[in-house]
Design a protein around this ligand. Sequence first.
Ligand code: SF4
Length: 395
Amino acid sequence: MRRVSFAFIPRGELRTFRRRVLSWFAKRKRDLPWRRTKDPYCIWVSEIMLQQTRVAAVIPYYKRFTRIFPDVRALAHARIDRVVANWAGLGYYSRARNLHRAAKEIVARHDGHFPREYDEALRLPGIGRYTAAAVTSIAYGEPRAVLDGNVARVLVRIGAQRGDPRAPTAWRKLEGAAEDLLARNSPGDWNQAMMELGATVCTPKSPRCGECPVARWCRARKLGIAEELPSARKKRAPVAMTLAAAVFLDPRGRTLLVRKTASDGALFSRMWQFPAIEATGADPKAALTTHLREYFRVTTNGHTTALATARHTVTFRNIRLEPFLFHVARLPHPAGSLIAPLNRLGRVPVSNATRKIAEAAIAHLLAAKVARAVIPSEARNLLSFSDRKNSPVTQ
Ligand code: SF4
């Protein structure tokens, strides 16, 4: 007999509980592009994009990505820079790299088909328990329950469980509860229904208990503590830091980008970015010029302008970006660096911080009416990075 660990719903009522959830989902589910297909590739792409990202933000990216890379083979055979460039703006770029690596493995080991079995899916890069369960249950009907933040919140509230649900023991219990509740005859719909319930009704703030199909089983609602749950996680204290960045500009409107690896301790690992250094003292410009002299052998005694500062947040780091514009007759071009037109950075994978810095530089150039002299004429309205036309990039 299967273990039932979710004791707040009497065993005799489990069937009713499931039926209510499924019929609520059938009536109330949102019409989302990835719900119109059973193609495992599309479901997989959507699940990866939805990690840490809101549905509304994902929709245009999903549509474009699946148009440009319509199947696993198209993705597997694409150049990684092109894949990452089409991810630009979604953040968490390791997702795009893992997607690409996994596509290659699927072509090499699974004849281009996303694996049907949960355990096989788990072996792919970038696929954890949640994604493996979501894709295999939705696309193939594999009876595996998903547990993400939305589902966990619903379960925690139904059971009125206090404590940090992300703590390993609590999370394992919730995984057991999710498995016990799973409607095994329609696992794909069930998983989507539970996630939808958390996303649209049992929301973090102001849960709409009056519309909830499982309200009668919910202990948190009965106790009046729904909004207090889940208990807040202990957050790492934010760390403030300043990053001084160099925007080199040559007479052709081109700039220099570098790419660091994660082992450098770079904040934006493997993304193209402006040369930068964390400035710990009172003079970010001095720290930057020393860095440029030591690592790029560039002496910046020419025309230098402090650009508008910007704020950027990476996990617990609150970063103050302090960019400086350096007009140079000739750009340095160390090994592994990239020379690209400042107004064409949408063509290469750059971090959002790099975009903010580029925007500050371009805004300054336009305001100073320097743009006419140094930036190609078609780029007057260039405070957008959507431009994907060909232009010279030198690596
Ligand atoms: Fe969430 Fe309210 Fe439904 Fe309980 S009754 S699961 S708190 S929406």
